[in-house]
Design a protein around this ligand. Sequence first.
Ligand SMILES: [Fe+2]
Length: 242
Amino acid sequence: MKIAFITDLHIAAEGETPQGVDVRANFLKTLDFVRTMKPACLVLGGDLCYDTGNRAVYQWLREQLLDLPCAWFVIPGNHDDSVMMAEEFSLTHHLHGTELYFASPLEGYPAIFLDSSKAQFSPAQWQWLGDELKAIHHNVLIFCHYPVLPASSEFMDTKYPFRQTEQWLELTSSLPCQMHVVSGHYHTDTVALRGNTSVLVTPSTYIQLDPGTPGISLIKTPPAVREINVTPNGVTSRVHYV
Ligand SMILES: [Fe+2]
């Protein structure tokens, strides 16, 4: 099973080009590449909006996804509004208070979609996640905007990290399953491994952040898409710049 993951689209208002980047054109180019990949599904990993949740942006995105010949999923990032997203993508049945999270097996493979838009999970989301994971005696794919582990990116690890890494380790360390977490947020391509958690951090379709500097330093690259392959031999992944 092949999965395409794109993240940190940061779609601005029509006609706006943040940092000189045509974010809408980048997204459309990435979507064309996704079509050629012929994945089983596409996951949009959050920060769909440039700055804050924007109904018109969600509506535009949904229109672009209408004729995609595969299933697609969305999770919120810190620049999204989870409730607005749920409303615009017809996902209100997955709203829990103001959080949008759900489980949806992909061709029978366990997959969990989390709401880390506040850089942490509510007690209710932790409880739900724990119950889901305890029932899985298999590897599991978890889609979560924030990398749940530090990821050797000085600026993001210091300024904008996931705030509950210790709680993640407490919950997962005794579980029998291997958790493959697919994330964005850091605008870079890296991997973090600890215990039974691996985190595949995925670059943005907008712009990347230099992981080696304490301050914010932007790097322009072509838009990125992560390919994930789940096979009987295990999970493999690579990033394409399109
Ligand atoms: Fe983010």
